[in-house]
Design a binder for this molecule. Structure first.
Ligand code: ADP
Ligand code: MG
Length: 730
């Protein structure tokens, strides 16, 4: 049996496995949020005064007293127990890219030798998970290993199986953040405050500005049976060896193509369960690469959207297994075809329903639109290196800078319309823009902005931060990353830009300059300042790399060095003035980033070494022996001259195999030696740099020879499923 057939059988077994997809009789609108303690449920299960108090806590950040918390917990417990819930857990996002939970049963002694179901306000609000094993970058010394998780009332609790899940922040005993949620909430708060202040120039009744996030999650599916036979996929989430399949994405036939039935069943199941958990799934389609798909919900408030993305990623993994698949969230599971990302569509909106990055109808709307666009660009310009650092990881590094979205230089695509508007503003005088006669107050002669047109115009897929009509699309986020990292940096940077903007406008107003003129003046200055970040051309081209360095943009692509941008004075100042991070927290987080980087490459190198020595070389040698055997036999059967001619091809193959296996064996040894040297380095940054500069490239150079062997060795002997088997689900 050929290996492709052999592996196909493994896949077949799963194909035939009957999977029961729950077929809800109701419409999505009816089961949406079934397992979420929504406002509707709060209204039903909480006393009226407690309900109103909670609304105040959620909407206005009012503080929560223990008495209210007790009442809320009682209502939650009643609701949860009706769903068969027996346990509860604080659900948090430590700095490991996943989520963490610690389950406690709903039970207490009743004082009479029995048990009662118990769930108090205190349990709801705060827990003390034994946190010593979570990454902390040296913030917590072992003698003070306590960490606190504290309920985030802005994200509703939900039920999975028999457990009530309570979204929480996670902080150290001394108050430093050990997670993504705590700083994210601070960044959202900072941008709310700064944007509200600026908004009031235009709309005095605005009380709050909301940061919105609509993510698009890309992923791959592979057969579970095939996955299980690939140690690299199992341990690292990506294939460390594997020759390109003869057919992959060159025909462009997968993008938006029809979705295989098995995959549709998986998607349906996933969407139903996601909707029940309140994730507003909307779009599903095939992506560019074979076996690659995407799911996107309707956008939500950023904090909730991040929770929902974390939840969705864990649902994907779980539900994929039920359907005989494994879901790969790695940014680059396969070489030679597109990797996966997670576009973050981001915008700001007022509590009165105005999308601040979208054009409006009145002159005031137009000036507001331009202000928010330009100040966002200022933030991205000033912190382009930091924004890159916020999306950088060992795994995402495989995507950045390759010939696929996005390049490793942060720039912003604005399109013809918006570019034209900014240019017009920059070059026209106040008198041209403002109705000086004062009949209409302000007339603002900005060319009409057709909303739909902007949305559909020149999409530029090579831009990492593209304007798309009423939002920006940050496309550089890795598919398995926590979106919070990027959203913390972006929202905080925009908050800083808006604070700075307002300070300058107010200074002008104080000196007697008319408000509109003052705003125009500062906007004009900033349009000029942030010009280098604006780039509508091809982000993949070599000219852009040169041009970008001329413009002073960050062009560094070494992952561990990119992390340095967090420690730049401009970054520290920005995070401190917006109260998002202290210097100490930033330094601790960077330690974790470097350490994580090293560990990822270290694990890859180990698995890779094992595969080379235990899988590849033995099989190649066995095949080579078979060839040698054949050469001898040919010599026995044929006269010398004929045998010589007939053996020529095999002799060449025998030699090539030796060259490849020789290289692999020699360099695998060197790989081990280099790792030993690197591991002796104490400084995490230095170690990560050595891993980046010496270990990671070796994996690539050895892989080249393994992939060549794959083309030579008998298919029946080859021990690993090939790309063509992994990549085409039937
Ligand atoms: P595309 O792939 O063309 O970029 P999708 O429809 O896949 O578009 O995804 C668009 C995403 O952008 C969705 O998650 C959507 O909810 C989100 N989105 C739309 N408008 C906004 C907005 N104003 N702010 C934030 N996100 C938005
Ligand atoms: Mg998109």
């Amino acid at each position: 049996m050929s290996s492709s057939l052999r592996f196909e059988v493994v896949g077949e077994a799963f194909k035939k496995k009957a999977v029961e997809v729950p077929a809800p009789s109701e419409r999505p609108s009816e089961f949406f949020g079934k397992y979420v303690f929504t406002r509707q449920k709060m209204f039903k299960y909480l006393p009226a005064d407690v309900y109103h108090k909670m609304c105040d806590v959620i909407d206005n950040g009012a503080s929560l007293d223990l008495q209210t918390a007790d009442a809320v917990a009682a209502g939650m417990k009643k609701w949860a127990m009706e769903l068969g819930v027996t346990h509860c857990t604080h659900w948090f996002q430590p700095l490991t890219e996943g989520t963490a939970e610690k389950h406690d049963a709903f039970v207490e002694h009743d004082g009479k030798g029995g048990m009662v179901e118990e769930f108090s306000g205190k349990q709801l609000i705060q827990q003390e998970p034994d946190a010593s094993s979570f990454p902390n970058g040296g913030i917590r010394s072992t003698f003070e290993a306590r960490g606190y998780s504290a309920w985030d009332p802005a994200s509703p609790v939900f039920v999975i199986g028999d457990t009530l899940m309570i979204p929480t922040i996670f902080i150290s005993y001394t108050g430093e953040a050990l997670d993504y949620k705590a700083p994210l909430k601070k960044a959202i708060h900072a941008v709310d405050k700064a944007a509200t202040d600026v908004c009031r120039y235009f709309y005095p009744d605005v009380k709050k500005v909301i940061s919105n996030l609509g993510w698009e999650q890309e992923y791959f599916l592979v057969d579970e049976g095939l996955y299980a036979t690939r140690p690299d996929l199992l341990m690292t989430g990506r294939t460390l060896v594997g020759h390109e399949s003869a057919k992959n994405q060159q025909m462009d036939d997968h993008y938006f193509g029809s979705i295989p039935e098995r995959v549709t069943e998986f998607m349906k199941d996933l969407e139903i369960q996601a909707l029940e958990l309140g994730i507003p799934c909307k779009t599903r389609h095939n992506e560019v690469a074979p076996n690659q798909f995407e799911l996107a919900p309707i956008y939500e408030e950023t904090n909730l959207a991040v929770d929902h993305n974390m939840l969705l990623m864990s649902l994907m993994k779980k539900i994929a297994r039920k359907h005989g698949f494994r879901c790969l969230l790695h940014e680059k599971p396969f070489a030679g075809i597109n990797g996966s990302g997670k576009h973050n569509n981001w915008s700001l909106a007022t509590d009165t329903g105005i999308l601040l990055h979208g054009p409006g109808k009145t002159p005031a709307d137009n000036l507001r639109f331009v202000t928010f666009i330009v100040e966002t660009l200022m933030a991205v310009y000033r912190h382009n290196g930091l924004l890159k650092a916020s999306i950088m990881s060992a795994t995402n590094a495989h995507r950045l800078g390759g010939h696929e979205a996005p390049p490793a230089i942060i720039s912003s695509f604005l399109g013809q319309h918006l570019s034209g508007i900014l240019q017009h503003l920059e070059n026209s005088t106040d008198d041209e823009l403002i109705d000086v006669a004062g009949k209409h107050g302000m007339k603002l002669d900005i060319p009409q902005i057709p909303e739909l047109l902007i949305d559909n115009t020149d999409r530029n897929r090579t831009s990492p931060f593209a304007f798309t009509g009423n939002r920006f699309e940050f496309r550089a986020i890795g598919s398995q990353a926590n979106c919070a990292a990027a959203m913390i940096a972006l929202n905080a940077a925009v908050a800083e830009a808006l604070i700075n903007f307002k300070t300058r406008v107010d200074a002008l107003i104080e000196n007697g300059v008319d408000k509109t003129k003052a705003i125009l003046q500062v906007v004009r200055e900033d349009i000029k300042t942030c010009k280098p970040i604006h780039f509508d051309g091809n982000g993949y081209s070599e000219e852009w790399q040169k041009e970008a360095s001329r413009r002073g943009l960050d062009t560094e692509c070494s992952c561990p060095i990119v992390f340095d941008r967090y420690l730049d004075e401009s970054s520290v100042r920005m995070f401190e003035t917006t109260h998002v991070f202290t210097r100490n927290e930033i330094a601790a987080r960077n330690e974790i980033k470097w350490e994580t980087y090293t560990k990822k490459i270290q694990i890859e190198a180990r698995i890779f070494g094992d595969m080379c020595m235990n899988h590849i070389i033995p099989v190649a040698t066995r095949y080579q022996s078979a060839l040698i055997d054949n050469v001898h036999k040919v010599m026995k059967v044929f006269p010398a001259e004929t045998a010589h001619r007939l053996n020529a091809k095999n002799l060449e193959l025998i030699e090539r195999i030796s060259e490849h296996t020789g290289f692999i064996a020699e360099h695998t040894d060197k790989l081990i030696e280099n790792r030993k040297i690197a591991n002796r380095i104490e400084n995490e940054r230095e170690k990560a740099i050595i891993y980046h500069d010496t270990i990671a490239p070796m994996l690539e150079s050895i892989r080249y020879h393994v992939d060549k062997l794959e083309l030579i060795v008998d298919d029946e002997m080859w021990p690993l499923p090939k790309y063509r088997e992994l990549l085409f689900i039937r």
